[in-house]
Design a protein around this ligand. Structure first.
Ligand code: GDP
Ligand code: MG
Length: 217
């Protein structure tokens, strides 16, 4: 029998994250803000889809705010700000996911008075973000057809714990020779509750459907 001492660091980190996330959730609820977290691999189309949802938002753009997570750069927030909504960038400096404490810090720089919709774009990663609750109302998983049709099977924990599943870059489905029906049935088997939406941020296919599912239309 081993007498090696094991120091667990994962539980305290996750516990403290959970506490901050629930404080954030209370804050958002008290202000009537709907918070949508977008997560998925780098390049899956998270920023592009948020841009499309902003473009078709029926209300005043002052009601929308954005927090973008990336290891480095301000590129995504620059893209979002061009649409006339407010936003801040969180640079993790290396961490592969956002944590609730990052959102709390970001809110010090973001005026959320009058905001109804907050988009949080997580760092591009299919694995770690799902373990860190950010206090969002809905988690939207983005997988594009260019990533290969096996992604849902390879990342069941992420699929299981999201509220909406988006298969993006549908305009490329033929050229990629992807069996999208297989993707849909894999996703449905792992998470029977989450609606599955096919989208293209290039052609606008399915954007209105996604907006309706998120209650933005
Ligand atoms: N063809 C096609 N390209 C897309 C689509 N969505 C995003 N892209 C492109 O994919 C690249 C990555 O998109 P981006 O939104 O930056 O991905 P993110 O890293 O998940 O935020 C960009 O060149 C986008 O123009 C789509 O539906 N179809
Ligand atoms: Mg992005």
């Amino acid at each position: 029998m081993s007498n090696v001492v094991v120091v667990r660091v994962d539980e305290p980190i996750l516990e403290s994250n959970k506490k901050i996330a629930s404080q954030l959730r209370e804050l958002f609820a008290s202000r009537g803000i709907h918070v949508f977290e977008f997560l998925g691999s780098p390049g899956s189309g998270k920023t592009a889809l948020i841009e499309k949802l902003i473009e078709c938002y029926p209300g005043d753009l002052s009601e929308i705010a954005y927090i973008g997570g990336d290891v480095a750069s301000t590129l995504d927030t620059e893209r979002i700000l061009r649409h006339g909504v407010k936003g801040v960038q969180v640079n993790t400096g290396g961490a592969c996911h956002l944590e609730a404490i990052h959102i709390r810090k970001a809110l010090r720089e973001l005026d959320i008075d009058g905001v109804r919709v907050l988009f949080i774009e997580n760092v591009g990663n299919l694995i770690c973000p799902i373990y860190f609750d950010l206090g969002s109302s809905m988690r939207i998983l983005i997988v594009s057809v260019t990533e290969g049709e096996d992604k849902f099977i390879k990342h069941p924990v992420t699929v299981m714990n999201c509220d909406v599943i988006v298969i993006n870059k549908y305009d490329l489905v033929e050229v990629m020779e992807v069996d999208v029906e297989r993707m849909i049935s894999d996703a449905r088997r792992i998470n029977p509750k989450a609606p599955i939406v096919l989208t293209s941020a290039k052609t606008n296919y399915g954007i209105d459907n996604l907006a309706k599912i998120l209650g933005l239309m």
